[in-house]
Design a protein around this ligand. Structure first.
Ligand SMILES: *Cc1c(COP(=O)(O)O)cnc(C)c1O
Length: 375
């Protein structure tokens, strides 16, 4: 059996260190927030290259708190993609804001910045201009929305930029890390992410002192002092057991991302010239390969064949958010077309990808794909 993802393999690599760190926290008597969490916040913010890290309970609330900390609230319009984890949109809705869909770029998986520009211009010229507040750019699969073009469009239209980096820990553009471009950014430490906890966790990053202060308040009931809510907040704390585990993971992140890139290079090589399209990568991008996603017209047949051969695969994601029952009809503002988004859902396949995946298994998966395409 070749798994599509395997967080247990990561734990096994670090078992002695992780077990000792967990016991150290259990013995410390501090079970919520505290020194361990503060140390991780500082280390993670330094790694991303921003002034502030605010640890939270999960990635969904990291996106929500990032949005609220840059001023997004009830009734506001937030531009984002429909080709994303539903969590991105859950977070926008938790702020009371409304998503406006922008298509993904032709031949890629992330937001079409030209269409973002066009959609923002149309909304700015209309009656809802004052509601238009922000963009959530999703750096999907470990690739990035081209940040320079994105920032230029956001500045020109007066939009706050929140980066959803839940799949992009350690990705970089011309050497500058994902999560350091926007007004605020959000990370998830769900176990299968490039930096994963052994439970839930998340982080808001920002270079802005005011946004950082807001995020800290929102994370814990809006408390500036204990028992007195200065603003309305939520409860979204990280626990020190997860923080201690994540501090170990952070020291491994670059090396593990390099292993992901080596696996991707091997897939690229082994699948060249076949009918499956391998991911295109911009020269400026240091890809984090959270997922290795190919496109093929015969996706369902290929996935079934892989499954029959004991190879796991995934579809991220089978139904675009705008087409899901909870969101269908309710939020129908979008750019000219969602053609690329709709085409992707039927053609994408995420192949096995995790740092501990053996190269022989990568060759075996690629061989099965070549065989299937030839038959
Ligand atoms: C995983 C993920 C999230 C949410 O993270 P959780 O920790 O599961 O809440 C948000 N956005 C994207 C793009 C994700 O992949």
């Amino acid at each position: 059996m070749i798994l599509q993802v395997d967080p247990h393999a990561g734990y096994r690599e670090d078992k002695a260190l992780v077990d000792a760190a967990v016991l150290r926290v259990l013995d410390s008597g501090q079970y919520i927030m505290g020194q361990e969490v503060e140390a991780f916040e500082a280390e993670f913010a330094a790694y991303i290259g921003v002034r502030h890290g605010i640890a939270v309970a999960n990635g969904t609330q990291a996106v929500e708190i990032a949005l609220r900390s840059v001023g997004v609230g009830s009734g506001d319009l937030v531009l984002t993609v429909s080709h994303t984890a539903v969590a991105t949109v859950t977070a926008i809705r938790s702020c009371g804001a409304e998503p406006v869909w922008v298509d993904v770029a032709e031949g890629g998986f992330t937001m079409d910045v030209g269409l973002l520009d066009e959609t923002a211009a149309t909304l700015r010229a209309g009656p809802d201009s004052s509601r238009l507040k922000a963009v959530v750019a999703v750096h999907l699969y470990g690739a990035m929305v081209p940040p320079e073009a994105l920032l230029e469009v956001c500045r020109r239209h007066g939009l706050k930029l929140v980066e959803d980096c839940a799949q992009a820990h350690g990705a970089a553009w011309n050497g500058k890390r994902a999560g350091s471009f926007g007004d605020a950014s959000a990370f998830s430490f769900y176990p299968t992410k490039n930096l994963g906890a052994l439970g839930d966790g998340g982080m808001v990053c920002t270079g802005d002192d005011g946004a950082a202060e807001q995020a800290r308040l929102i994370r814990q009931y809006g408390w500036k002092e204990r028992y007195v809510s200065a603003i309305e907040g939520i409860n979204s704390r990280l626990d020190p057991v997860q923080a201690a585990i994540l501090r170990i993971g952070l020291t491994r992140l670059d090396e593990r991302n390099a292993r992901r890139r080596a696996i991707a290079a091997l897939y690229d090589e082994e699948l060249a010239g076949t009918a499956v399209a391998t991911p295109a990568v911009a020269v400026e991008l240091l890809h984090a390969y959270h997922q290795y996603v190919v496109r093929t017209a015969g996706r369902d047949g290929l996935a079934a064949r892989l499954r029959a051969e004991g190879v796991g695969s995934g579809i991220h994601y089978p139904v675009p958010v705008h087409a899901q029952p909870a969101y269908r009809g309710g939020f129908d503002r979008h750019c000219r077309t969602l053609r690329n988004t709709e085409a992707l859902a039927g053609e994408i396949l995420s192949l096995p990808m995790y740092p501990q995946l053996a190269h022989d298994n990568v060759r075996r998966v690629a061989g099965l794909i070549r065989q299937f395409q030839g038959s």
